[in-house]
Design a protein around this ligand. Structure first.
Ligand code: NAD
Ligand code: DAU
Length: 367
């Protein structure tokens, strides 16, 4: 029997990849609700919309009447909330939209879901997509990665980390930026709706995603675009901050498993077990793109205020309860991602020029 997913924020980077995965699996009706902020790009779902394989609703998760009407019309079995302001640097410049969407928007969606259930809606799961950034940051203890025996045994491959500590699903919340503070607030609200109202909420917290369709404000697509255009490569501070990179497909599989098998009230963390210092990642991107001359354009720029040093994840709960494991190897995943961006230059160029926003008007203005 087919099931219906309401995917909010489904026109953004991870949402688009999640929607494509659902359609490939073949047993789901998909409704995307997205406000199409600067980060939402319907072109990424062009063929799915043209073929009528998804239903698109243009709107804000903070608009209660619209969310109520969407739930009443499409009667989803699952709500997966990717909708968010997601860029840390933007939250430093202007925190307000982060509170409006990430906190108030999520709370509106939770309220609407509650009313939907109260009126007989059969909601299997409300999956709140969160981030490892809610835990704050970790220290860097080693100059180069050192094998972590516990994680290596768990994953059946060698896992080497820059520090002794890792985040667990129940680590304390210590967000550093307005972005991560807004995500932590949303998480606490979602868990409160589970405890107080019995809403079947599950939270996922993942490390840095990479893969196709990522908006070129984030490190990997931004650096790649600059490499290909011969522009300077702006590395914050000394480039020594460490991120744990996970392929977006591995994250999306985790989200789907959390929807299908997650325990209501649980928090699942996901990580890629591929730690890199930013500067080393930039050199890997230069090598993978075949533009060695770009190394000369690396430019150290002023650091991000409050810049988190390192993130690392222990995904044991997701492995034990959901049977999840990351499948992608970082080296080959990164090279495939570089090939995707090189083969899809118009996709990036239309974002940089702003013309991607015409697509919605063209597709929907006469409807
Ligand atoms: P993104 O910025 O690429 O996409 C966000 C999407 O949400 C866009 O399509 C945007 O139009 C939409 N949106 C924004 N405000 C909205 C609103 N008020 N109502 C409806 N839609 C709205 O983000 P992403 O990188 O795909 O991240 C998706 C989610 O995953 C976010 O919640 C983010 O916090 C979380 N996350 C991201 C990463 C990562 O590495 N990118 C890692 C862990 C968690
Ligand atoms: O950990 C999960 C988080 O990963 C998600 O919750 C966020 O939505 C997502 O944006 C990402 O946050 P980061 O801040 O880690 O990602 P970003 O791509 O912005 O930066 C990655 C690292 O690269 C970070 O240490 C800052 C650095 N950086 C970033 C940019 C854009 C640079 O050195 N230069 C840059 O131009």
């Amino acid at each position: 029997m087919s099931r219906t997913f309401l995917v909010t924020g489904g026109a953004g980077f991870i949402g688009v990849n999640f929607v494509k995965m659902l359609l490939e699996n073949g047993d789901s009706n998909v409704v995307v609700l997205d406000a199409l902020t600067y980060a939402g790009n319907l072109e990424s779902l062009r063929s799915e919309i043209q073929d009528g394989r998804i239903t698109f609703v243009h709107g804000d998760i903070a608009d209660r009447a619209l969310v109520d009407a969407t739930l009443a019309q499409y009667r989803p079995d699952y709500i997966v909330n990717f909708a968010a302001e997601s860029h840390v640097d933007r939250s430093v410049t202007d925190p307000r939209p982060f509170v409006e969407t990430n906190v108030l928007g999520t709370q509106t969606l939770l309220d609407s879901a509650r009313a939907y259930v109260a009126s007989g809606g059969r909601l299997e799961k409300f999956v709140q997509i969160s981030t490892d950034e809610v835990y704050g940051d970790l220290s860097i203890d080693f100059e180069s990665p050192v094998v972590n025996a516990v994680l290596s045994e768990k994953l059946g491959r060698q896992v080497a980390l820059y520090g002794r500590e890792v985040f667990h699903h129940d680590s304390p919340l210590r967000p550093s930026s307005p972005y991560s503070a807004s995500k932590a607030s949303a998480d606490m609200m979602a868990l409160a709706y589970h405890r107080t109202f019995g809403l079947p909420v599950v939270i996922t917290r993942c490390s840095n995603n990479y893969g196709p369709y990522q908006f070129p404000e984030k490190l990997i697509p931004l650096m790649l675009n600059n490499i290909l255009e011969g522009r300077p490569l702006p590395v914050y501070g000394r480039g020594l901050n460490v991120r744990d990179w996970i392929h977006v497909d591995d994250h999306c599989r985790g989200v789907l498993l959390a929807a299908e098998k997650g325990r209501p009230g649980a928090v699942y963390t996901f990580g890629g077990y591929s730690e890199r210092r930013n500067i080393d990642l930039v050199h890997e991107l230069i090598a993978a793109s075949g533009h060695p001359e770009a190394a000369d354009t690396i430019t150290y720029v002023g650091d991000r205020p409050g810049h988190d040093l390192r993130y690392a994840i222990d995904a044991s709960l997701a492995m034990d309860e959901l049977g999840w494991r990351p499948r992608h190897d970082f080296g080959s995943g990164l090279r495939a991602t570089v090939r995707w961006y090189m083969a899809n230059r118009p996709w990036v160029e239309r974002i940089v020029s702003g013309s991607y926003r015409d697509y919605y008007t063209k597709m929907y203005s006469n409807r």
